[in-house]
Design a protein around this ligand. Structure first.
Ligand SMILES: *[C@@H]1O[C@H](CO)[C@@H](O)[C@H](O)[C@H]1NC(C)=O
Ligand SMILES: *[C@@H]1O[C@H](CO)[C@@H](O)[C@H](O)[C@H]1NC(C)=O
Length: 189
């Protein structure tokens, strides 16, 4: 009996060591949880960009799990990439200043260093979309992905409604930002 207990203790310690060996950082509050409580599947929000740096839309549609995003933009200068794109906590203020949209949406307190491990998106900041789904080279971009951790349930921690989508160029400068606004008359899906 004593021997069995020792073996179990040993295996437990060994698996802990393996877990640490992978060296993946997650949030101080743990991994992000998949969202299955969107009030209405198909509810659509859109951030509209119309500047010299970038034109087009980032669309967010409430899905069965999380949010389906479509990035449909033109104008990102290829020589200034690759580009990051994040959900920031605050909307774009009246001044239009992207510097004033706050930090990344990060309800699980992951922070952005070390960089997000894209094969383990649940360990990344909720708002670090490019960390999870890839950088953009620029030019004409059409990119579609599902993020299980973004929410359109206003009482949940991963809520993205009314927050800013921000593009960063290769130097890290915030080159464009737009607030996600609800499309009231979205067609039936
Ligand atoms: C929205 O989230 C809250 C908190 O998790 C939950 O109580 C509520 O039922 C959710 N709404 C829907 C429509 O599932
Ligand atoms: C979200 O994307 C998934 C995967 O492509 C798709 O099956 C689903 O129908 C989409 N949901 C909505 C509401 O667009």
């Amino acid at each position: 009996m004593q021997r069995l207990f020792s073996l179990v203790t040993f295996l437990g310690a060994a698996s802990l060591a393996v877990g640490q060996a992978t060296d993946v950082t997650t949030g101080a509050l743990g991994d992000a949880q998949p969202v299955t409580t969107n009030p209405e599947v198909g509810e659509t929000w859109v951030a509209t960009f119309d500047s010299d740096a970038v034109k087009g839309t980032v669309t967010a549609v409430a899905a069965e799990v999380g949010v389906n995003y479509t990035i449909d933009v033109t104008g990102l200068a290829e020589e200034n990439g690759p580009y990051k794109y994040h959900i920031h906590v605050s909307p774009v203020p009246e001044s239009g200043s992207c510097a004033d949209t706050g930090g990344h949406l990060d309800p699980y307190q992951r922070r952005d260093t070390p960089p997000c491990e894209s094969t383990l998106p649940q360990t990344c900041e909720v708002g670090d979309l490019s960390g999870k789904y890839g950088l953009l080279d620029g030019g004409d971009v059409e990119k579609v992905f599902n993020d299980a951790y973004s929410s359109l349930n206003a009482t949940e921690v991963g809520y993205i409604g009314g927050r800013a989508v921000v593009f960063q160029d290769g130097s890290g400068a915030r080159i464009a930002c737009a607030t996600l606004v609800k499309v009231e008359d979205a067609c039936e899906q």
